[in-house]
Design a protein around this ligand. Structure first.
Ligand code: GAP
Length: 455
């Protein structure tokens, strides 16, 4: 079975995971709207992440900072000056590309463009006569830097409006609140701040469905520590980040670490976890040693001291930060790709099934009356189960078709109501993966499912 992005995109659209943004206006490039099933899937992934990194992690605190921040934040972070990509335009077809992507694609990943200067990128493209992937011509403009931050304005009087930015990452909200969180929680170093929220980037070459979009959600986790412990914490963060993506269902064989070739001057280490998407091995998340860079810049630009005072030793210092950052949409895409399967059944038919971890699945259980005149009892069961779980109710079509529909959205359990249910209050529960069925009393369904969907 070949797993292609096209198959995933088509299934997502037809089953209500993800629709093209503003579709009735012919869409709006690289924006996507999550449908009824997709929003459940993404919310479950975000909840699992929050549970793991906030609820179950000692000394971890969640925040939800504003998207619009004082523009000085982005001067301090270096984004106003330096957050840009090297772009080249094809003069023949007017398409725009990232020069580093052109090099990596041409060299089939054997050349790492991440560490190359613009001059080196341009030399490679000229020496190898790298052609435009769209029209096939070799007719490039020189490289220019393309700003990735979206600007908007604040103020009511035209001409007196101030430029503000849509945040391109969520972590700055964690840095500027570092002392607020430390003081209000009386946290002692090492401690972590977590946040989930929207980020915006005017990407040069967005694409590949949810992989690179202009608006996306990030789940970011900053650990503030003593520099002498920072490499141990970095290693531990790598381990926890890998464990999490395996636990949400990504197979170990489709995951690998990729150390960065080029480190920022303040960093002692940086890596990504890559996932084997249908488009190849690509970054899923980043883990970065950020030294004291972010806090020292905010201290400098705000004029406010951000040092931590150790209550035992009275030592005052700026902590080192270990950052872990993962895109919720990109992880949702990886989970969809991993879960997708086409199976040939005994009768020769093919079933498309999404093998989500039950905790992540959009709906936990579907209630299916075998006949329409059983719907009253089925509605009762639905009312009972929907107090605890996201449930589907479906009485349209043959039972086989209804099972197929649930398989395609990854519902781990289907409960059928038949005439015996009216007599003895039992139902049949079917497991999505094994397709095995068993009889259970109605009052045992909730504990049965609750135990299976634990994360
Ligand atoms: N604060 C660090 C930071 O933002 P990043 O490597 O630029 O680091 C972190 O982004 C993660 O956010 C990526 O690994 C990816 O999962 C996600 N991400 C970044 N840009 C994205 C985009 N344009 N579309 C979807 N997800 C994106």
């Amino acid at each position: 079975m070949e797993k292609t992005m096209e198959k995933i995109v088509n299934l997502c659209k037809s089953r209500g995971f993800v629709y093209p943004g503003s579709e009735i206006y012919n869409g709006f490039a690289n924006t996507w709207d999550f449908g009824p099933v997709g929003v459940e899937l993404k919310n479950n992934i975000k909840r699992a992440w929050w549970k793991r990194f906030v609820q179950e992690s000692p000394n971890s605190y969640g925040i939800d900072a504003a998207i619009l921040m004082n523009p000085k934040v982005w001067e301090a972070s270096g984004h106003v000056q330096g957050f840009s990509d090297p772009k080249m335009d094809c003069k023949s077809c007017k398409q725009r590309f990232r020069a580093d992507n052109l090099v990596e694609e041409h060299s089939k990943g054997t050349v790492s463009a991440e560490a190359m200067t613009n001059e080196e990128l341009e030399n490679y493209i000229n020496e190898h006569k790298v052609k435009c992937p769209h029209c096939g011509n070799f007719n490039w403009t020189p490289i220019r830097q393309f700003k990735l931050m979206f600007e908007t304005s604040r103020g009511t009087v035209d001409g007196e409006k101030d430029v503000v930015y849509l945040r391109p990452e969520t972590c700055q909200g964690e840095y500027v609140n570092f002392l607020n969180v430390q003081r209000t929680t009386r946290a002692k170093i090492p401690f972590s701040i977590a946040q989930i929220g929207k980020s915006f980037r005017n990407e040069v070459t967005p694409g590949n469905f949810l992989f690179r979009t202009v608006e996306f959600e990030q789940m970011e986790y900053q650990t503030f520590c003593k520099d002498e412990n920072s490499l141990d914490i970095y290693e531990n963060t790598k381990k926890n980040a890998l464990q999490f993506v395996e636990d949400v269902g990504l197979k170990a064989e489709n995951l690998r670490f990729h150390d960065h070739d080029k480190l920022a001057f303040y960093a002692k280490a940086a890596c990504d976890i890559q996932y084997k998407f249908p488009i190849g091995w690509e970054e899923l998340n980043g883990i970065h040693h950020r030294g004291t860079w972010d806090l020292s810049r905010h201290q400098e630009f705000s004029g406010k001291p951000l040092q931590y005072l150790d209550p035992v030793t009275n030592e005052k210092y700026l902590p080192t930060v270990i950052e872990y950052s993962i895109g919720a949409d990109r992880l949702t895409l990886a989970v969809l790709c991993e879960a997708y399967d086409e199976e040939t059944l005994e009768n020769g038919e093919t079933r498309v099934v999404l093998h989500f971890h039950p905790a992540i699945a959009p709906y936990k259980v579907a209630i299916l009356p075998l006949q329409k005149n059983l719907s009253e009892k089925a509605r009762e069961v639905y009312a009972l189960l929907s107090k605890k779980f996201m449930c589907e109710y479906d009485e349209a079509g043959s039972i086989g078709k209804r099972y197929r529909r649930q398989d395609e959205i990854g519902t781990p359990f289907c409960v059928t109501i038949d005439f015996d249910t009216l007599q003895d209050d039992t139902i049949t529960i079917r497991d999505r993966d094994s397709m095995q069925q068993q009889r259970l009393p109605i009052n045992e369904i909730i504990p049965y499912i609750a135990q299976k969907i634990e994360f």
